[in-house]
Design a protein around this ligand. Structure first.
Ligand code: AMP
Ligand code: ZN
Length: 312
């Protein structure tokens, strides 16, 4: 098997693009995909400082490495959720990488700042564990980025994640979520930081090859709470179809993104936003979902995160 780009011996084949690459050309391919994604959606420029959410998993570790190699100004933030074993392992990988490469990193401990670890919080809230986790991560990351003046927040979501989310939203016909799904969500209300997903064109497998080729350390344990997550079933279902017809996931996601504006013409994805009466962050309710979660957990209102309460 020959490399499509340089005709040297290839080490891997990407069926959906009908190409094979040697190591050097594969790394160039990944970099090019990122550069094009950033440009296509005007995600950020090299002058902007970007806050990158790093979990310690392969996607965010790869993104941290590749964005740094491409000369972007990246500050990583890792949320230590306090999940036994899993969180310690993830935090150590992230911290070691930051020290080895001399990269700026913020570690935000839930226990320290909220008084609860994620499992402690989940026990008090009558909602699925993954929903409490997702809501907490989204709130803290946006809150931190906003109050520390980052104009962009990047995450490691990839093509498989985005295609699984799309399938889940279609199966439940969640129109509001469908309108909102994009690799780049602009900041359209004070307090909402722009969100970007520069890996949305790359699959799980391609990113796995990248971390292996570049010898990037990552945590390969699965979060114990996510084992029952329906997104994993959607990923599996899409992979069954992908095996039969390579390129299906790619087609499914990209054609949705191209046609989204025709499907939902003139609709406002965020509804009518106002400021949460407790924390001041944007919400469609009187209180944001995160303050409601904290209030339920504590059963009194004094524990909300005020503007300065989570300064590091
Ligand atoms: P997940 O929801 O676990 O698939 O993660 C999706 C993305 O969210 C990751 O690629 C990270 O960018 C971000 N993320 C998830 N967990 C954390 C965490 N504990 N700390 C910082 N970022 C995270
Ligand atoms: Zn609030």
């Amino acid at each position: 098997m020959k490399c499509t780009a340089c005709k040297d011996e290839a080490i891997l084949r990407i069926k959906r693009h009908h190409v094979a690459f040697c190591q050097k050309c594969f790394i160039k391919f990944i970099q090019k995909q990122i550069i094009q994604a950033i440009k296509r959606y005007q995600m950020f420029s090299k002058k902007e400082s970007v806050l990158l959410a790093v979990s310690g998993g392969k996607d965010s570790m790869a993104l941290w490495s590749v964005l740094t190699d491409l000369g972007n100004q990246i500050t990583a933030i890792h949320l230590d959720l306090g999940i036994p074993n899993f969180s310690d392992q993830s935090r150590q990988i992230v911290q070691r990488f930051a020290i080895d490469k001399n990269l700026p990193l913020v570690v935000f401990s839930l226990k320290e700042h909220l008084g609860y670890t994620l499992p402690e919080l989940q026990k008090k809230i009558p909602r699925p564990a993954c929903s409490v986790c997702g809501l907490t991560k989204r709130f803290i990351l946006n809150h931190y980025a906003y109050h520390h003046h980052y104009s962009v927040l990047a995450t490691g979501h990839n093509l498989d994640d985005e295609a699984a989310t799309l399938l889940g939203n279609l199966l439940r016909w969640r129109e509001e979520y469908l309108q909102h799904q994009s690799p780049c969500l602009p900041s359209d209300y004070p307090g909402l930081v722009k969100k970007v997903k520069p890996f949305y064109t790359l699959t799980d497998q391609e990113i796995l090859w990248y971390v292996q080729q570049m010898k990037i350390p990552y945590c390969d344990s699965i979060c114990p709470f996510s084992r029952k997550a329906s997104s994993l079933d959607f990923k599996k279902a899409l992979n069954v179809i992908e095996d039969q017809s390579p390129g299906t996931k790619h087609y499914f996601l990209f054609h949705f993104l191209e046609r989204k504006h025709d499907l939902f013409p003139g609709k406002q994805p965020n509804g009518i936003l106002k400021n949460c009466s407790l924390c001041g962050m944007p919400t469609t309710q009187e209180r944001c979902s995160f303050c409601s979660v904290l209030e339920t957990a504590q059963n009194k209102s004094q524990l909300f995160i005020g503007k300065d309460d989570i300064e590091l």
